[in-house]
Design a protein around this ligand. Structure first.
Ligand SMILES: [Zn+2]
Length: 197
């Protein structure tokens, strides 16, 4: 059904538990899937919340702690698609309840990349390398910039940017190199985790 993913009964139970403990049991039921990195994910994403399908995807290479943190993060996304002030408020509320949240979500004042055309291009290239369909790119930008798309498009002319990128014809070679870099980064992350143990 979802290639590279398998349904996790254990995380499904966690979902029910966290729903009760942190959301007053008000979230609709979601199915939780563990997925291979390459199968589903954006370069830096640990998880993904598919609201229409009522599914949460979590990268299977994560540690149990990271999985719990990612699950809570994606559960917030059920009602709050991007990482704006509403999302931040939810993090503050959940932190008070001692919910498992990643440093990423708990560091006050974490700043997303600044809203520039250059940053947008880097994000879009990464997303394309990871085979994210074009229709999902706006939502991806919302997540990465922590802003609704309306605000992003006020500052960045996405249509013009797409056209320019097409013209530049990101060559096959450039894509391959970037992928190699990503693999190297993933490998380094894993090695650092090992060293930290
Ligand atoms: Zn998120």
């Amino acid at each position: 059904m979802l290639s590279g993913c398998s349904k996790s009964i254990m995380l499904g139970r966690r979902f029910a538990e966290f729903n009760g403990a942190y959301f007053g049991g008000t979230l609709p039921k979601y199915e939780i899937y563990l997925c291979k990195h390459a199968a589903r994910f954006l370069p830096q994403a640990y998880g993904q919340c598919l609201s229409r399908q009522k599914r949460i995807l979590i990268r299977q290479s994560l540690s149990p702690k990271e999985m719990r943190e990612t699950l809570v993060h994606e559960m917030i996304h059920i009602r709050t698609p991007h990482h704006g002030s509403k999302f931040q408020k939810e993090c503050v509320r959940l932190r008070k309840l001692n919910a498992p949240l990643a440093d990423w979500d708990t560091v006050p004042g974490y700043k997303p990349p600044s809203l520039t055309e250059r940053n947008a291009q880097i994000l879009i290239e990464d997303a394309l390398v990871d085979k994210l369909p074009m229709r999902s790119i706006r939502r991806y930008l919302e997540q990465e910039f922590y802003r609704p798309i309306s605000e992003i498009e006020q500052k960045i002319d996405l249509k013009r940017l797409f056209a320019r990128m097409k013209k530049q014809r990101i060559t096959e070679l450039a894509l391959v190199n970037r992928m190699k870099k990503q693999h190297k980064r993933l490998l380094e992350e894993q090695l650092m985790k090992l060293e930290a143990k």
